[in-house]
Design a protein around this ligand. Structure first.
Ligand code: SAH
Length: 499
């Protein structure tokens, strides 16, 4: 992420559009294969081959081994009867009837024999540690059976796969397997009481939340059964009282970086059936929405085609009345220049009481990435979030009192100010704000496209047009901007200047 000024003076050309996200090809198809009571062949007696043999035994396979020498681990497996030593070298009969073969590559002749016959026999081959010579690869796993997490880097880096595994493992509770078994035992009971698939989905989503996962994973099967029974009863009692009008959450997506989503917002995205989102919501955040949920872009972006507000309002109500969970996902915070208040009013007028999940507003996210303290003892005592856009139908009304906003001890964050920014700067100076007051201009803050340039209020008064039109831009005006490490580092050359 670029966090400092990167363009030279006079280089104000419009940046090319962002390359379209290309969906990366899946190198391998991830799947879990049942090998219970199936024959699997292994060539070679190395420790690597023994590790595969152990995994196969745990999955219930019958392992047939061809090896000239046995390492200590494979020796143990053969001695204890877990692996059947079928001979030194593979034979056609020895390979017949197997679907999978693992080869440790130690015996070139055996590998050639296998390679020449595998496709005729319909045998899939894994050559251990040589992904290029594999029909399939074996992922790194976290085994909390019946919960199994498989991790693969497509053979690119086993060390990275190990690291990812450790990271994932550290967030999974130890009792996950027991939890899965306990839940499985409750499923039929819940099915009998909650007859529709939708009611069950709702119940499980509200029962199994992120916040409860650790506690649930400590429950015994009996405790779990009692808790599920109690909550099913509450859910049944609740359905009678529940507003049939539906369920809408107004959710703030933050300025772009998915790391700035709240846990409540992430949970709402995971459980929503329909998500109505603004254009400003980043792809990374949208990727967190459940895969089978419906995503509807109601893109509202200055200058671009936008769905009229009353249509968005109608859509929320229509979907909610179908009984699905609707998330109205907005950039930043829903109640800061997001028309969230109007949407809430509309929903309440239609008998729907939305839940509101706040988000990080652009000014807070952007200031944090740039290291600008929005308030600072002795420098800025207050913060104002101001919009440059006037209300609908008020375009051309010059009534905004910019001069009245001038206060050297207040940090001003200007949203949607693109067209009005020069006028705002002139007004602020007329109100007494010094022309050397620092300004940060930040495009697409908290996204990989973030760009920041610095200038002064005096320079801003000469702003003639947005050099990065199409990217959301925020102006932070105030003495605190000079606290940004990049402000000190930026030379006059790299400052944004106009006129
Ligand atoms: N509800 C949003 C604001 C929506 S108004 C929030 O709380 O952040 C849209 C304006 O917000 C844009 O014109 C721009 O001024 C600002 N904005 C939103 N996201 C931004 C981002 N990632 N970088 C810079 N400015 C942003």
């Amino acid at each position: 992420m670029r966090s400092s000024s990167t363009m030279r003076r006079n280089d104000l050309s419009i940046q090319g559009g962002k390359a379209q996200d290309q969906e990366a090809r899946l190198e391998y198809l991830p799947l879990f294969l049942s090998v219970t009571h199936q024959d699997v062949v292994i060539l070679g007696g190395s420790d690597g081959a023994a590790a595969k043999a152990r995994l196969l035994c745990r999955a219930g396979a019958r392992v047939r081994l061809f090896a000239r020498t046995l390492g200590p681990e494979m020796g143990d497996l053969v001695r204890t009867g877990q692996v059947a030593l079928a001979g030194d070298s593979p034979t056609l009969d020895g390979l017949r009837g197997c679907r999978l073969a693992f080869d440790d590559g130690a015996d070139a002749e055996a590998s050639m024999f296998l390679g020449a016959r595998a496709s005729d026999l319909g045998l899939l081959v894994n050559t251990i540690d040589r992904p290029a010579a594999c029909d399939f690869i074996v992922p790194a796993i976290i085994d909390r059976s019946p919960v199994v997490v498989a991790i693969s880097t497509g053979g690119a880096s086993p060390a990275l796969a190990k690291l990812v595994r450790q990271r994932v493992e550290s967030v999974l509770p130890a009792g996950l397997g027991r939890l899965a078994r306990a839940l499985s035992a409750c499923r039929e009971g819940v099915k009998r009481v909650l007859s529709t698939g939708r009611a069950r989905l709702r119940f499980w989503d509200s029962f199994l939340t992120d916040a409860r996962l650790d506690r649930l994973a400590r429950c015994t099967e009996e405790q779990m059964g009692a808790q599920v029974a109690e909550e099913v009863e509450t859910a049944l009692a609740g359905t009678a009282d529940t507003d049939p009008a539906g369920d809408v959450a107004l959710v703030g997506a933050g300025p772009g970086d998915p790391g700035l989503l709240s846990l409540a917002a992430a949970q709402a995205l995971r459980t929503a059936d329909v998500v109505l989102h603004d254009a400003l919501v980043s792809r990374e955040v949208l990727d967190m929405v459940r895969k089978d949920a419906r995503l509807i872009s109601v893109g509202k972006r200055a200058g671009g085609a936008a769905m009229p507000q009353d249509m968005i309002n109608r859509l929320m109500v229509t979907h909610a009345r179908r009984g699905v969970r609707v998330v109205r996902l907005k950039g930043g915070d829903p109640f800061i220049f997001g028309r969230g208040g109007e949407e809430q009013e509309h929903l309440i007028a239609h008998g729907i009481h939305p839940r509101v999940v706040g988000g990080t507003t652009a000014a807070l996210g952007v200031a944090a990435t740039l290291g600008i303290p929005l308030t600072h003892r002795g420098v800025a005592r207050s913060l104002r979030l101001v919009t440059g856009a006037l209300g609908e139908g008020m375009e051309g009304d010059d009534a905004r009192d910019w001069a009245g906003l001038a206060d050297p001890e207040t940090t001003l964050c200007l949203y949607m100010a693109g067209r009005k920014v020069a006028e705002a700067a002139r007004g602020l100076m007329a109100g007494g704000l010094g022309p050397t007051t620092p300004v940060a201009v930040v495009w697409s803050g908290c996204t990989p496209d973030q760009e920041c340039r610095f200038c002064t209020v005096g320079e801003l008064a000469h702003w003639t047009g947005d050099p990065r039109n199409g990217h959301p831009v925020l102006f932070i005006v105030g003495a605190v901007v000079a606290f940004a490490p990049a402000w000190t580092a930026s030379s006059d050359q790299s400052r944004f200047q106009t006129g």
